[in-house]
Ligand binder design. Structure first.
Ligand SMILES: [Zn+2]
Length: 172
């Protein structure tokens, strides 16, 4: 964020970052908030296994990720879950079966900008493992992993590592 020094309104090199969430210009009245963004992560469980994707782009390339993503404006978290699972996996879900589990803050670095997120975790249980149609841009593979065999260090994001490590008993 320190690279952003020019004010987009007056053009002066007087843009200041408060190192939390706010840009402001000392030359004009411009203010811009870079607020925490809502995001969802869906734990899809089939009996004693959880579905993970394998990321094929940074951040976390090659590591495990839960399906999910950023909420769009005017979208509920449950709608984000449904949209992301459809986009990423072509999986159509019943929104009423989503169970909210909890949240963790996360940092998502993308092209030299750090995005602070609030990751909302949902559980979605399925009766049968599904066939997946993977969207090439974000995911290179999908894998079912037994809950007892999840290796926390192979998970891409700190929020997911911490949440899964501390909530494993909920998935038994
Ligand atoms: Zn300005």
């Amino acid at each position: 964020m320190k690279n952003l020094t020019f004010c987009p309104k007056c053009g002066q090199e007087t843009l200041q970052w408060d190192h939390i969430s706010k840009f402001s210009c000392s030359h004009c009245d411009f203010v811009l908030f870079h607020n925490t963004a809502a995001a969802v992560a869906v734990i899809i469980q089939c009996e004693n296994e959880i579905f993970f994707t394998v990321r094929n782009q940074e951040p976390g390339k090659g590591k495990l990720d839960l399906p999910g993503g950023f909420s769009d404006p005017k979208e509920s978290a449950e709608e984000t879950c449904a949209r992301e699972l459809d986009e990423e996996l072509e999986l159509k879900i019943d929104i009423r079966k989503l169970k909210y589990l909890g949240s963790r803050p996360n940092i998502y670095p993308y092209k030299n900008v750090d995005y602070n997120t609030m990751d909302l975790f949902f559980l979605y249980k399925v009766e049968e493992k599904f066939e997946i149609q993977l969207e090439e841009s974000e995911i290179s593979a999908g894998t079912w992993i037994a809950i007892s065999e999840i290796e926390i260090d192979k998970i891409a994001f700190e929020s997911q590592k911490d949440f899964i490590k501390n909530n494993l008993e909920k998935f038994q």
